[in-house]
Write a protein that binds this ligand. Structure first.
Ligand SMILES: Cc1ncc(COP(=O)(O)O)c(C=O)c1O
Length: 355
């Protein structure tokens, strides 16, 4: 337990539970939320679980003006023996702490982050769906809450966590998705916020994503500032299975280092598969598609887990990958990672955190 006690106020009006087939992604929120406040004078204080409700925020709060906002995305799973686990919560805490440093925010200490989420899930435990492919998505969020109009880091922060029972991120499940190569807009530039889960990165990505969706593409593939090297997909890191190696773009400050990416690299290395982190030129992928050495492309992320890419397209070209289907490398990684998460495959790497 944290030295800082968590008060719990339960709702008097529990919501109706949505059926598993209506879940989709992020449509429903559970009955409660966790909050913690920070001020320079008091440090982290007032740790509380309350009914899920709107949060009062001063119109002068720094998040509303200068965008001091960071979030995380992680999942809890229910196991057949009735237990319930978090997947790699320390990874998400560490990423939030790094992002907070870049945005001059104060991150909650690890025990506030993890204990708060753990206690919240205990309260809303019967919201964790047990159907195949479903889980409880966890959205820890940190915002600057001080009301002050000068441009400087806030001296007050609010950390809150909300929960959403979810099914597959894309309506397609593990069916291959079509991805648009974005050659006009840019997600991140060297020296910017690309390596953080800053809300601002997502605001900047919406226009390109909307345009891609209009043309029936699920997400965009972002390129580097010179539009030559591949960075990542909208909400996923990306892997290329070439004939002799499995490659994912190296983390050089403009890409979000995904927890799923890290887990997949670890799984591949444990099997002595030739996985490499390096820069990947878009032209290299197009050439490999043309000469038959590109076997698979897949995205990795908490929401989608592993999402095979069946088509990559830009204004004047298009390539089909593995006949538009999930390939064997993606399929076996999907089975293994979801197996660990669901408790049917041994957790050799100690990724599960029991609640
Ligand atoms: C931009 C971006 N890249 C990559 C990822 C994958 O990260 P993770 O595997 O930690 O979910 C996400 C999802 O959170 C994302 O939003």
């Amino acid at each position: 337990m944290t030295a800082n006690p968590i008060s719990i106020q339960k709702t008097k009006n529990p919501k109706n539970r949505p059926s598993a087939d209506s879940l989709g992604f992020g449509r429903y929120f559970t009955d409660h939320m966790f909050l913690a406040s920070y001020s320079t004078q008091k440090g982290w204080h007032n740790l509380r679980i309350t009914p899920y409700e709107p949060i009062p925020l001063d119109p002068g709060a720094s998040v509303l003006h200068y965008g001091q906002a960071l979030f995380e995305g992680m999942k809890a799973f229910s196991h057949q023996d009735g237990s319930c686990v978090l997947f790699r919560p320390e990874f998400n805490w560490a990423r939030m702490a790094e992002g907070a440093e870049r945005l001059c925010m104060i991150a909650p200490p690890k025990e506030v982050f993890i204990e708060g989420i753990k206690e919240l899930i205990k309260v809303d435990r019967d919201w964790i769906p047990s159907e195949k492919g479903c889980s409880l998505y966890i959205r820890p969020t940190l915002i600057g809450s001080e009301s002050f109009l000068g441009v400087r880091p806030a001296e007050e922060y609010l950390f809150f966590t909300i929960l959403s029972p979810v099914a597959s991120y894309y309506g397609e499940g593990t069916k291959a998705v079509k991805i648009w190569v974005e050659e006009e807009y840019l997600r991140a530039a060297p020296g910017g916020l690309g390596a953080t889960k800053a809300a601002a990165n997502y605001a900047g990505s919406l226009k390109a994503a909307l345009q891609a969706k209009k043309n029936s593409y699920s997400q965009v593939l972002w390129l580097d500032v010179n539009r030559q090297y591949i960075e990542e997909v909208g909400t996923m890191n990306v892997f290329f299975v070439f004939e002799n190696e499995i490659v994912t773009p190296s983390l050089e400050g403009t890409i979000l280092g995904g927890g799923t990416r890290n887990s997949i690299i670890t799984l591949l290395k444990s099997k002595n598969k030739p996985v490499v982190e390096r820069r990947v030129k878009l032209q290299e992928v197009r050439d490999a598609a043309a000469n038959g050495t590109l076997k698979e492309i897949f995205g990795t992320g908490t929401a989608a887990v592993i999402s095979p890419v069946g088509e990559l397209a830009a204004k004047d070209w298009k390539i089909s990958v593995n006949n538009g289907e999930m390939g064997p490398v993606a399929a076996s990684l999907y089975e293994e990672l979801t197996g660990i998460q669901n408790g049917t495959v041994k957790d050799t790497f100690n990724w599960l955190y029991k609640i």
